[in-house]
Design a protein around this ligand. Structure first.
Ligand code: FDA
Length: 393
């Protein structure tokens, strides 16, 4: 005889555990299944091991989706303050790093423990190392065939996440289930991911490797004013991760290395007031010293400014305020924090996260075509969509 549950959740990640606890507290008999040997692996890895669990300034404008209004309802009904209250109730110490970005003071483990405790208190069972081999719709709900036997449930919540970081258990299984039930899956690509560079540029930038500096990067009508980090593989740091979600292959990045400063005007003024000074000296006052020196050498700006013609000053100013780079690509799903695209939300209810013509089949979290900016927004979506489905399933 198949074991029967009210709700089965596939995926013991952020969204799945949140939905399981929420449904469990409503008195539903809940089972969470995951093929991995541990729950919430991405939570443990997140925020450099300290989980940026929400963002107090999160608004719908911090999310990308082909259907930008979809997330608004769930995000409004479960807010960053709601999650913060839960974190406080569990006595987890936290701190605000950048504006609005809340991190655990100690370890990401605190957030995973919170979710596991909530699931336990709500009576939700978690079964790991369990493969799902097939799903079938039946009169009373769904039949889920697994490596540990056949299960039945009234409501099925798909919380399998996206494709990013396969070594942490990511698969395309959620998309397969969506397609099985006739849903469209919008093209997926890696987001919040470092850029790779063509060999020649990578070699040129090698002396800058390991140095971070604040920049304002522009691409496709979006821009982010945050630090950039040059690495031995390419370009990373918050500004590059953020803009990667808007970048398409072949696009050029425009990087303002001196945001808020008009480099052309400053260099022209310096030439007038101190003609013996050099661009390198100017850059030393504006950028981290190693970056200033290496970037100056890369551009070949040698000799005193009095030797620079107006056109040279204009060109140097342009390079500093609008340095253009064409990345070779991105590091892809191997290191991406998120997957853009996914289950098309136009076929889902924005109130419950259920499929429009199948009110007992839900899709939540990253598997859905809702992707947040860097800074705690993606977990906020996992919590909000998890609660929305858990309240209905
Ligand atoms: P998630 O990926 O968390 O969970 C999916 C679960 O489904 C996994 O447990 C997986 O094993 C399981 N699964 C997959 N296929 C299955 C199958 N076939 N059968 C059974 N189970 C299956 N966000 C943020 O807001 N702040 C941050 O600090 C960070 N930091 C961060 C760092 C790194 C390195 C990464 C990779 C990502 C982040 N993120 C982040 C993003 C955040 O981790 C992500 O948005 C959420 O974990 C998504 O939650 P989900 O529950 O949707 O998927």
């Amino acid at each position: 005889m198949p074991q029967t549950y009210d709700v089965i959740v596939i995926g013991a990640g952020a969204a799945g555990l949140m939905s399981a606890a929420t449904a469990g507290y409503r008195g539903r008999r809940v089972l969470v299944i995951d093929h991995a040997n541990k729950p919430g692996k991405k939570i443990l890895m997140s925020g450099g091991g300290r989980c940026n669990f929400t963002n107090l300034n999160s608004t719908p404008a911090n999310f990308l989706s082909a259907n930008p209004h979809y997330g608004i309802s769930a995000l409004k009904r479960y807010t960053p303050q709601d999650f913060l209250e839960l974190v406080d109730r569990h006595g987890i110490e936290h701190e605000e790093k950048a504006a609005g970005q809340l991190f655990c003071r100690d370890s990401s483990k605190d957030i995973l423990n919170l979710l596991l405790i909530e699931c336990e208190w709500a009576g939700a069972e978690i079964r790991l190392k369990t493969q799902v081999t097939g799903i079938r719709e039946q009169a009373s709900g769904y039949q889920v065939r697994t490596s540990a036997g056949t299960l039945e449930c009234e409501s099925l919540i798909i919380a399998c996440g996206g494709l990013s970081i396969p070594t942490l258990g990511a698969t395309g299984f959620g998309y397969e289930i969506a397609r099985q039930f006739g849903l469209e899956v919008l093209p997926t690509r890696a987001g919040l991911v470092p850029f790779t560079l063509h060999p020649e540029l990578k070699e040129q930038l090698a002396p800058l490797s390991g140095i971070s500096c604040p920049v304002d990067v522009h691409c496709n009508g979006e821009h982010f004013r945050e630090p950039m980090l040059v690495t031995h593989r390419g370009l990373s740091g918050p500004s590059m991760l953020q803009i990667s979600s808007f970048w398409q292959p072949g696009d050029t990045l425009e990087i303002d290395l001196l945001p808020g400063e008009n480099a052309q005007e400053s260099l022209a003024r310096l030439r007038r007031d101190k003609p013996q000074s050099t661009v390198a000296q100017y850059l030393n006052t504006q950028l981290p010293k190693r970056f200033a020196q290496a970037f100056n050498d890369l551009q070949g700006w040698h000799g005193p400014l009095q030797g620079f013609r107006n056109a040279d000053i204009d060109a140097a100013g342009r390079t500093l305020n609008r340095w253009t780079i064409k990345p070779a690509g991105t590091e892809g799903y191997r290191t991406a924090e998120v997957t853009l695209g996914g289950v098309d939300t136009r076929q889902l209810s924005s109130r419950t996260m259920a499929v429009n013509d199948r009110p007992n089949l839900f899709f939540i979290g990253e598997v859905v075509d809702v992707t947040g900016h860097l800074g705690g927004h993606n977990f906020q979506w996992a919590w909000a969509s998890g609660v929305a489905a858990g309240n209905e399933a």
